[in-house]
Design a protein around this ligand. Structure first.
Ligand SMILES: *Cc1c(COP(=O)(O)O)cnc(C)c1O
Length: 953
C-alpha cells in the first residue's frame, strides 16, 4: 500500500449526490443545452432578485445516511413504548408481516401517484375497490369512498354532507355526548365558520327537542357503551334530519351495521385493520352512504367502467364533484387522502377474510368481557352493561391512582376523570394484560381461567349481526401467504410507480423517496405509539417534531409551524382559519373576502369556503400572471371586507411572477393578509422564503417537496407556517394544548408517523444539499423546456424565456389542426412506458411537466425522446400518413392482448403500436387495459367489487 488518501477523502459521497439524479458531468451538459455557464448564473436570471433570500440556510450540516439512521435510532429510543389500552379510536393491531414488507415497505406501492391515469393504476384501483367493498359491507350502506383523512375530519365531512343533502333548514347538528373527544373538537372547528350550531346531547335519553338537520351517533361510544340507535334514527328521519354513525369497523363484524339500524352515512377509522398507530397517523378514515347520497360524497370514489375492448376496468368515478372542477362549489376541499393506508386495511380484510375478522373481533370482545367480569366480581363498578372492546370502570376518587399503577406495569389506560378509568382491548391484548389491569385496580387473586369460564359476553342480543359481509370471492381466494404474496405482486405489476419510470407530474413533485428516509416509519418505537400517550413517553417524537418545525420555519422564513394538518388542503384550511381569527381578534368581523386568482388549484377556493369566506376571483393575464389591474379593481371594490389573497408561488403556471412583492404590498395596504400556497416550494427551497418576501402564511406539502411518498393518493402532511402575528392562531388540540383555534385533525401532530421521512431528508441534505436540489429542479425543467420547444410550444416563460421548476407544453393548436388531444398524447405515453404529465391543469389542452431534481439525464432524455417520437406520430396524422380516427395515438394504450389478436385490423403495424422506439423491446411496461371509458362508468355506477361474471367478455 503506497497510495494513501486522507480519511476524509475516502468517506461516502454525500447523500445529496444520491438524491439528485444528474451527475456533475450531466449537469454541465444540461447547462450547455440551456445556455448558461453555471447553475448560479441560471438561477440568478430565472429567480427574480427581489425575492432571493440572503445567505445560506441555517440548518445542521448534512449527515450521511448511516449517521441519520443512528440519530433517528437515538430519537426513537427516547420514546417509551407501553401497551396501549387507551382506545378513543386508536387501537393496537397486528400488521401481517406479508403486508408490511410487500405493501407498506414496498416502493411499488408507496411511490405511486393518485390514480388519475386509470390505465396504469389498475392494481391500486382494485385494492381500493376491495377497501370500498369492506366498508360498504361492514357498514351496511350502498356506496363507500376510497378513504378520507381521519375519523374526526370524516365526521365533519359527514356533517356538511348532511346539511347539503338534507331537507331540514335548521342550522343545528346534534352530537352524541359519547362521541370521541377529538371528533367533537374537530366538528366544532369546522362548524363555526359555516354557521352550523353544534348541540351536544346524551343520546341514551333519545333525541333532544328542537329542530336539527343531522345527528351523529358514536357506535360504540367513546365510553365503550354499545347501544341500539334504531328508534333514534327513526325519530331523526321523522324530523327531517339525516343520521351519521361513527362506527368501529371491528365491532361491526359482530354487531348489526349502521345501515341496518337506519344510518344514512357511516364514518370511522380503518386503523385497526392492520395500520400501525404511528403516534396518530396516517390512517385511512372511511365514509359510506346510502343510495342517493353518493354524488354528495367528499373525496375519491373508485368505480368500475369498461375499456375500449369492452372489458371491465377501474377508474375514479364522479370526478365532477371534486374541488378540481367545482372549486368554491365543491363538496369538500379534500384532495390527497389516505390511499396507501386504505390499501393496507382492505388487504388486511383480504388476508383474514370474514371468519378471520370475526375471530379477531370475538377475541377482542372476549378479553373485554372477561376484564369486566373480573372487575365486577371483585367489587369494582363497571358502568355499561353492553360494550364491545372498551370497559368503563367507576372508581370514585381513585382514577389517577389506578392509571399510575397500570403505567408502572407497562400499560396506558384512559384517565377519563377523577372517578372513571377506561380500558380498551385490541388484537394484541393477552390474558397477561388483563391480570396486570386487575392488579392496577388493586385487585388480588382474580384468576383469569375462573373468570373466563363464568363470564358471559356483553353484546346485546338485539344487536348481534345477522347480515352477511365480505361474501365476494376476493375475501376467500388469498388466505395462504403464498397466495397473498402473489396477489399483491400481480396488482403491483399492473401499475406505473416511481420504481419503474419518472412521473413528470407538474405541481405534484414526484421526487425520490429514499429508502433511508422510509426505513424508520415501521420501527416499533415510532410505529407503536398511541397519539394520546403521555408526553413523557413520546420524548423522541416531540424532539423530532420540534426539529422539523424549526427547520421548516428556517426554510420558509416564517416564525411558527404546525405539523397538524394531514394534507395540503387541511393546511390551507388551517392557514385561513388563522387569518380569520386574527381579523376577529382585531375587531374586523366583516373581513370575509378571499381573493383567488383564476389559475389557482381547486383546493384554494374550496378551503376558503370552509373557512367561512367569500371567494372573489382575480383574473390572470395571458401570461398566466395575476392581472394587477383586476387585482386593484377587486381590492377597491372589497377594501373594507378584504380578508386575504391566496396566491400560489411560483404561480400554478410554473413562473416566478415578478409582481409578487407588489401583490403582497397592495393586499396589506388594504388590510388583508397574504396566503402563499407553498405546494410549489420545490422551486424555492434555499433560494427564496415566502415568509421573508411578503407573505403571512403558507402551507407546504411534505408529500411533494419533502419526500413523503404519494402512496397512490396519500398519505400526506400539509404543515401550516405563519409569521409571528398569526402564531397564536395555529390549530390547537383538546388532548394536548388548546388555543383560540381548535384542531383541524384528529391527532395533535396529524400524521406524525411519517414525519421521520422529511426529518431524514432535511438532515441528510443540509442547507447546501437542499439548495442544490432546488437548483437542479430548475435546471431540469428548463432543460426539458429547451429540448421540447422545437416540437411543442412551451407556454408561460418568465425572464429570458426561462421557467421555474416545471413547464407547460401547449397542444391546443395541434389538437385544432389534427384532432390529436392531450388525452391521446397522455395515453400514448403509456405505450412508451411513462406516466403522463399533469393534464389540462392549470390550462385546458396542455400538459404540465415537472421533472424534479431526482431524475438523471438518461431518464430525462428518454422522456424527451418519447415526446418527440409522439410528435412525429402526430405529424403523420396531420399529413394523412396515419388515419385520423384509427391511429396509434387514438387507440393508445395498446394491450398485449389487442396486439396478439388474430384479427389485427388497424392501418398501422403492430410494431408501430408496441415498439415505436427500439429501446422498448427491453423491459416494456404493458398496459393491463385499453383506454377506459369515463362516461360509461359514471352512467353505470358500480363502486364495490363486481361479480366475477363482469370480467367475462
Ligand atoms: C397539491 C396541491 C394542493 C393540495 O394538496 P393536497 O395535499 O393534495 O391536499 C394545493 N395547492 C397546490 C398548488 C397543489 O399543487
Amino acid at each position: 500500500m503506497t497510495d494513501r488518501s486522507p480519511l476524509r477523502d475516502l468517506s461516502a459521497p454525500p447523500f445529496a449526490t444520491r438524491h439528485i439524479g444528474p451527475s456533475d458531468a450531466e449537469q454541465a451538459r444540461m447547462l450547455q443545452a440551456v445556455g448558461y455557464a453555471s447553475v448560479a448564473d441560471l438561477v440568478a436570471v430565472a429567480v427574480p432578485g427581489m425575492i432571493r433570500a440572503e445567505g445560506p440556510l441555517r440548518l445542521p450540516p448534512a449527515a450521511s445516511e448511516t449517521e441519520a439512521i443512528a440519530e433517528l435510532r437515538a430519537l426513537a429510543g427516547r420514546n417509551r413504548l407501553l401497551t396501549s389500552m387507551i382506545g378513543l379510536g386508536y387501537h393496537d393491531t397486528i400488521t401481517p408481516a406479508v403486508i408490511r414488507r410487500n405493501l407498506l415497505e414496498n416502493p411499488g406501492w408507496y411511490t405511486a401517484y393518485t390514480p388519475y391515469q386509470p390505465e396504469i393504476s389498475q392494481g391500486r384501483l382494485e385494492a381500493l375497490l376491495n377497501f370500498q367493498t369492506v366498508i360498504a359491507d361492514l357498514t351496511g350502506l350502498d356506496v363507500a369512498g376510497a378513504s378520507l383523512l381521519d375519523e374526526a375530519t370524516a365526521a365533519a365531512e359527514a356533517m356538511t354532507l348532511a346539511r347539503r343533502a338534507g331537507r331540514a333548514k335548521s342550522p343545528v347538528f346534534v352530537v352524541d355526548a359519547d362521541a370521541l373527544p377529538q371528533t367533537k373538537a374537530v366538528l366544532a372547528t369546522r362548524a363555526e365558520p359555516l354557521g352550523i350550531e353544534l348541540a351536544e346531547a346524551d343520546l341514551s335519553e333519545g333525541l333532544p327537542g328542537g329542530e336539527l338537520f343531522g345527528v351523529l351517533v358514536q357506535y360504540p361510544g367513546a365510553s365503550g357503551r354499545l347501544k341500539d340507535f334504531r328508534a333514534l334514527a327513526e325519530e331523526a328521519h321523522a324530523r327531517g334530519a339525516l343520521v351519521v354513525a361513527a362506527a368501529d369497523l371491528l365491532a361491526l363484524t359482530l354487531v348489526e351495521s349502521p345501515g341496518f339500524l337506519g344510518a344514512d352515512i357511516a364514518v370511522g377509522s380503518s386503523q385497526r385493520f392492520g395500520v400501525p398507530l404511528g403516534f396518530g397517523g396516517p390512517h385511512a378514515a372511511y365514509m359510506s352512504v346510502r343510495e342517493g347520497l353518493q354524488r354528495q360524497m367528499p373525496g375519491r370514489l373508485v368505480g368500475v367502467s369498461q375499456d375500449a375492448d369492452g372489458r371491465a376496468a377501474y377508474r375514479l368515478a364522479l370526478q365532477t364533484r371534486e374541488q378540481h372542477i367545482r372549486r368554491e362549489k365543491a363538496t369538500s376541499n379534500i384532495c390527497t387522502a389516505q390511499v396507501l393506508l386504505a390499501v393496507i386495511a382492505g388487504t388486511y380484510a383480504v388476508y383474514h377474510g370474514p371468519e378471520g375478522l370475526r375471530r379477531i373481533a370475538q377475541r377482542v370482545h372476549r378479553h373485554a368481557a372477561v376484564l369486566a367480569a373480573g372487575l365486577r366480581g371483585a367489587g369494582v363498578e363497571v358502568v355499561h352493561e353492553a360494550f364491545f372492546d372498551t370497559v368503563l370502570a367507576r372508581v370514585p376518587g381513585r382514577a389517577g391512582e389506578v392509571v399510575a399503577a397500570a403505567r408502572a406495569r407497562g400499560i396506558n389506560l384512559r384517565h377519563v376523570d377523577a372517578d372513571h378509568v377506561g380500558v380498551a382491548c385490541d388484537e394484541t391484548t393477552t390474558g397477561g394484560h388483563l391480570a396486570a389491569v386487575w392488579e392496577s385496580f388493586g385487585l388480588e387473586g382474580v384468576v383469569l381461567e375462573d373468570v373466563d369460564t363464568s363470564a358471559s359476553d356483553a353484546l346485546p342480543g338485539e344487536l348481534l349481526r345477522s347480515t352477511e359481509y365480505l361474501a365476494h370471492p376476493v375475501f376467500r381466494a388469498h388466505r395462504s401467504e403464498t397466495a397473498l404474496l402473489r396477489y399483491l405482486r400481480r396488482l403491483q405489476d399492473k401499475d406505473i410507480a416511481l420504481d419503474r419510470s419518472m412521473i413528470p407530474l407538474g405541481s405534484c413533485t414526484m421526487k425520490l423517496n429514499a429508502t433511508t428516509e422510509m426505513e424508520p416509519i415501521t420501527w416499533p418505537e415510532l410505529a407503536g405509539l398511541h397519539p394520546y400517550a403521555p408526553a413523557e413517553q413520546a420524548e423522541g417524537y416531540l424532539a423530532l417534531i420540534a426539529d422539523l418545525e424549526r427547520w421548516l420555519a428556517e426554510v420558509t422564513g416564517y416564525d411558527a409551524v404546525s405539523l397538524q394538518p394531514n394534507a395540503g388542503s387541511q393546511g390551507e384550511f388551517a392557514g385561513l382559519l388563522a387569518i380569520r381569527a386574527y381579523h376577529r381578534a382585531n375587531g374586523d368581523l366583516e373581513r370575509d373576502v378571499c381573493l383567488i386568482p383564476s389559475s389557482a388549484h381547486g383546493t384554494n377556493a374550496a378551503s376558503a369556503v370552509m373557512a367561512g369566506m367569500r371567494v372573489v376571483v382575480v383574473a390572470c393575464d395571458d401570461q398566466g400572471n395575476v392581472d394587477l389591474a383586476d387585482l386593484d379593481a377587486k381590492i377597491g371594490k372589497h377594501r373594507d371586507r378584504l380578508a386575504a389573497i391566496m396566491v400560489t408561488y411560483p404561480s400554478t403556471h410554473g413562473v416566478y411572477e415578478e409582481t409578487i412583492t407588489a401583490i403582497c404590498a397592495r393586499v396589506h395596504e388594504a388590510g388583508g393578509q397574504v396566503y402563499v400556497d407553498g405546494a410549489n416550494l420545490n422551486a424555492l427551497v434555499g433560494l427564496a422564503k415566502p415568509g421573508a418576501f411578503g407573505a403571512d402564511v403558507s402551507h407546504l406539502n411534505l408529500h411533494k417537496t419533502f419526500c413523503i411518498p404519494h402512496g397512490g393518493g396519500g398519505p400526506g402532511v400539509g404543515p401550516v407556517a405563519v409569521r409571528a402575528h398569526l402564531a397564536a392562531y395555529l390549530p390547537g388540540h383538546p388532548l394536548r394544548d388548546g388555543g383560540p383555534v381548535g384542531p383541524v385533525s384528529a391527532a395533535p401532530y396529524g400524521s406524525a408517523g411519517i414525519l421521520p421521512i422529511s426529518w431524514a431528508y432535511v438532515r441528510m441534505m443540509g442547507g447546501e444539499g437542499l439548495t442544490a436540489a432546488t437548483e437542479q429542479a430548475i435546471l431540469s425543467a428548463n432543460y426539458l423546456a429547451r429540448r421540447l420547444a422545437p416540437h411543442y410550444p412551451v407556454l408561460y416563460t418568465g425572464r429570458e424565456g426561462l421557467v421555474a421548476h416545471e413547464c407547460i407544453v401547449d397542444l391546443r393548436q395541434i389538437t385544432k389542426e389534427t384532432g390529436v388531444t392531450v388525452d391521446d398524447v397522455a395515453k400514448r405515453l403509456i405505450d412508451y412506458g411513462f406516466h403522463a404529465p399533469t393534464m389540462s391543469f392549470p390550462v385546458a389542452g396542455t400538459l404540465m411537466i415537472e421533472p424534479t431534481e431526482s431524475e438523471d439525464l438518461a431518464e430525462l432524455d428518454r422522456f424527451v425522446d418519447a415526446m418527440i417520437a409522439i410528435r412525429g406520430e402526430i405529424a403523420k396524422v396531420a399529413s394523412g400518413a396515419y388515419d385520423r380516427a384509427d391511429n396509434p395515438l387514438r387507440n393508445a394504450p395498446h394491450t398485449a392482448d389487442c396486439l396478439v389478436a388474430d384479427d389485427w385490423q388497424h392501418p398501422y403495424t403492430r410494431t408501430e403500436a408496441a415498439y415505436p422506439v427500439p429501446a422498448l423491446r427491453e423491459g416494456k411496461y404493458w398496459s393491463p387495459v385499453r383506454r377506459i371509458d369515463q362516461a360509461y362508468g359514471d352512467r353505470n355506477l358500480v363502486c364495490s367489487c363486481p361479480p366475477l361474471e363482469a370480467y367475462e367478455d
